[in-house]
Design a protein around this ligand. Sequence first.
Ligand SMILES: Cc1cc2nc3c(=O)[nH]c(=O)nc-3n(C[C@H](O)[C@H](O)[C@H](O)COP(=O)(O)OP(=O)(O)OC[C@H]3O[C@@H](n4cnc5c(N)ncnc54)[C@H](O)[C@@H]3O)c2cc1C
Length: 397
Amino acid sequence: MTRACDLVVVGGGPAGAAAAIAARRAAPELSTVVLDRQKFPRDKACGDGLGPGVVARLADLDASEIVRGRRPVERLKIVAPSGAEVVGDLPAIGTSARGYVVPRSEFDRDLLTHARDVGAEVLTESRLEGLATPAEGPVRVTSSGADGSVSLEARAVIAADGARSDVRRLLGVAYNDSAHTGVAIRAYVERPGGFEHMAFYFKRELLPAYGWVFPIDERGANVGVMIDAGRFRQHGRSLPELLRDFLQSSGYEALQPQRSRAYMLPFASYVPPLEHGRVALIGDAGSMINPFSGEGIAYGMAAGMEAATRAVRALRSRSGGRPFEGYDGWFRQRFGEHFRASARAKRLAQRAWIADFGVRAARRRPEFVREGIELLVGEGTALSWRSLARLLVHGRS
Ligand SMILES: Cc1cc2nc3c(=O)[nH]c(=O)nc-3n(C[C@H](O)[C@H](O)[C@H](O)COP(=O)(O)OP(=O)(O)OC[C@H]3O[C@@H](n4cnc5c(N)ncnc54)[C@H](O)[C@@H]3O)c2cc1C
């Protein structure tokens, strides 16, 4: 039997859960259904880094209790290929200048539980299989799973089904090509005394890849390596080998990586059209990952909240066919320049001497540390020609 509902969110990761919570908060009288093919808690390959942008969005969603009691991260270390390092503060977004490192199995479970608590209907182990988008009238969504098949007629659909989005494919929107895609591997490690800072390592022997160490608690950390997909193919080394090289060359050879997991990252150096009539793409389904840092959670949540709020307001006021009108333009206006600046920074950092040069300049001038960290985990737009010229002046040895 087909059921009518107002909003269907496909995918219960952070982007989808944030969208569902925002929809419920803006219009509790409208029905919101979230479908996810997996059973929660579920693992997701990720650095587990929740930057200040995520913390700010949790506050906006009244969901800050999800990170309460966790160990906060307030400083970030950048290590140049030469080994020189700089440490700086995380940027403030909203009222938060801190981040957290929370395993995605826990973070995603808690955010989706929050969506359920505020009234979204959450169907897990339910995989979207069909999507019909007639010129007039509601979108028909079919899914199947543990509890049989589900057929819904939705006035609006938000696709939050990740890097290999089925909705995106069914809409006929091509996935990002390898020039705008990354691959990354993460693992968990432990050692007595733990790890001090959230750290990015730009390593000569790994360039264009870089590695990270993100401390979770008093003992453990998430470690990993990210590399562009095109370059990875030419590299000839597997992701586990690259991770091992990274740990060995960074003084972490004694660590035993556990629970390695790899996946792809659609970079926001190419963002496809996000509005498709009654369907909108958000999060990885809409290629919203910072090409420099690999961060995607904050942008996906922000997009989800905006798309959902626009949709429920439109559904409440009229029955028109474009519930997401203006959302695509909003996203590009809000984050376009930040992503362009991050892509520029990445192109530069892929050359070891430039990465060394940048860190040398940053050791002299704190504003360069701030700008570098903004590009990695903030929402800043550094690396204008003016700031590049300043960097040139101050990076010379
Ligand atoms: C190794 C690695 C490290 C990373 N590190 C970080 C980091 O430290 N910080 C950060 O901010 N970002 C990081 N990212 C990026 C981040 O993981 C993503 O940007 C983020 O998960 C996007 O969230 P999402 O909700 O869009 O998609 P996802 O988290 O991928 O969720 C998509 C959901 O959709 C469901 N789904 C898929 N297909 C269907 C279907 N047909 N029907 C129903 N449900 C479906 C899936 O089960 C899944 O639960 C990393 C990525 C990788 C690969």
